[in-house]
Design a protein around this ligand. Structure first.
Ligand SMILES: [Zn+2]
Length: 419
């Protein structure tokens, strides 16, 4: 909702009797919902289904345990940022680059090449718009976990060349140059107070290449350091609002304002705990129950088996709670818009990466329900198109333009600080 619209809405409410205020929703027709579904380019900046396709899952078949499959994407999703997720477990023994390359390959081979009539490989904002015109889903990639570069800007450049268009500076693990939020692993205990000088170089090199800097999962200090270091807008690829659900993976109002001032966008995460304070509170005792089981699972030597065991524990725990709701997604979007403005909010579902999402938004084919709810709340078609993809396209273009302006500047040759 624009500020002008919001002010008008407030004035209207003052003039209405109390009964009308509580029951008031804007009447919405199915035709309006269908028109937005057709015209908007829905861009999801974080989907973890490659963690399944890498183990043999075919995205064209129904995904019974998850949210992402071709039948439910088609006709609803415009562009997917497939998460090249590299678990912190791969840091042990220096297997991070190997895993990164395997994850990139599963997106290119098992998703895009296996289904050429449905997916179109994309690396630019223009590519996304072209795929939409071709009635295909634009397939992009973002790396989750800065340890993927194994402290080498050469690897960062290789990943860009392979098509990576954002990198989340950390996952749950602090790496050698950036602090994470939470630190659930014990791979690194020394903190840097945000980014080290090499971490600043990573951000500068991402700007030079035209790769979006993603601060989801990072510590608050890392967020502010990245904002300061980056000469292009940055993103939070899958983060919600901490004022609505006080999980530290979410963004504070001050961070939302700083991100808006930077020209970036925060992409609302559909994980029930990040969406809903009610769910977050109810899940705390379950987390305590889960911790010793997780510690046991972490001892499994094979990384794939270990990940599967940890996911199973998490899924079993998450299944014990009633999910967050569509109304709670709307409340998150509404808060982000209220604090940061309509131009700085988008969608980053985290589908297939979390144990719980709202039942009413259990895949892409359910997005018309969100469209309807936002229209009823007073958002215009133009507002909804910005949230669904317009804002992310703007940020991509700004990042591409910054890289074009830096064209000709030499590659950064920095190496990691010696401890
Ligand atoms: Zn994540």
């Amino acid at each position: 909702m624009t500020n002008a619209l919001r002010n008008t809405a407030v004035l209207c409410l003052i003039a209405l009797p109390l009964a009308a205020q509580t029951s008031h929703t804007k009447p919405v027709t199915q035709a309006e919902v269908d028109k937005i579904t057709r015209e908007a380019i829905l861009i999801d900046t974080h989907d973890d289904v490659p963690s399944k396709t890498v183990d043999g899952y075919d995205i064209a078949t129904p995904n019974k345990r998850g949210q992402t499959d071709l039948p439910r994407m088609k006709g609803f999703l415009g562009a997917e940022f497939f998460a090249v997720f590299v678990s912190a477990e791969y840091v042990n023994g220096n297997h991070s680059a190997n895993r990164t390359l395997q994850m990139i390959d599963t997106v290119k081979t098992d998703v895009i090449a296996a289904h050429p009539n449905d997916f179109e490989f994309a690396t630019t904002a223009a590519d996304i718009e072209k795929a939409h015109k071709d009635h295909k889903i634009a397939a992009l990639m973002g790396i989750e976990g800065g340890h993927a570069i194994e402290d080498s800007l050469r690897l960062l450049r290789d990943y860009y060349a392979l098509g990576i268009r954002y990198m989340t500076l950390t996952h749950f693990n602090t790496n050698n140059w950036a602090d994470a939020q939470g630190d659930i692993t014990d791979t690194k205990v020394t903190h840097h107070g945000g980014l080290t000088p090499f971490g600043v170089d990573v951000v500068h090199e991402m700007n030079r290449l035209g790769m979006m800097v993603d601060i989801s999962h990072t510590a608050d200090d890392t967020f502010y350091a990245a904002i300061k270091a980056s000469s292009a807008p940055i993103i939070a690829s899958h983060s919600s609002c901490r004022a609505v659900s006080a999980n530290t993976r979410n963004m504070t109002d001050d961070m939302i304002r700083a991100l808006a001032a930077n020209g970036g966008t925060m992409q609302i995460n559909f994980d029930c705990a990040y969406l809903s304070q009610r769910y977050e509170d109810a899940s705390k005792p379950l987390q305590a129950e889960m911790r010793p089981k997780m510690q046991e699972a972490r001892k499994i030597a094979d990384p794939a088996e270990r990940d599967a065991a940890m996911e199973k524990i998490y899924m079993e725990s998450a299944a014990k709670l009633p999910p967050a709701t569509l109304a709670e997604v709307v409340a998150q979007i509404d808060h982000a818009v209220k604090i940061g403005g309509i131009d700085h909010v988008g969608i980053g579902t985290d589908f297939d990466g979390v144990g719980c999402v709202p039942t009413e938004l259990s895949s892409y084919d359910k997005f018309p329900a969100l469209t309807r709810a936002l229209l009823e709340k007073g958002y215009s078609a133009e507002d909804i198109k910005k949230i669904y993809g317009g804002n992310l396209l703007r940020v991509m273009r700004a990042v591409e333009q910054r890289a074009a302006a830096l064209k000709g500047t030499p590659a950064i040759e920095a190496t990691i600080e010696k401890p």
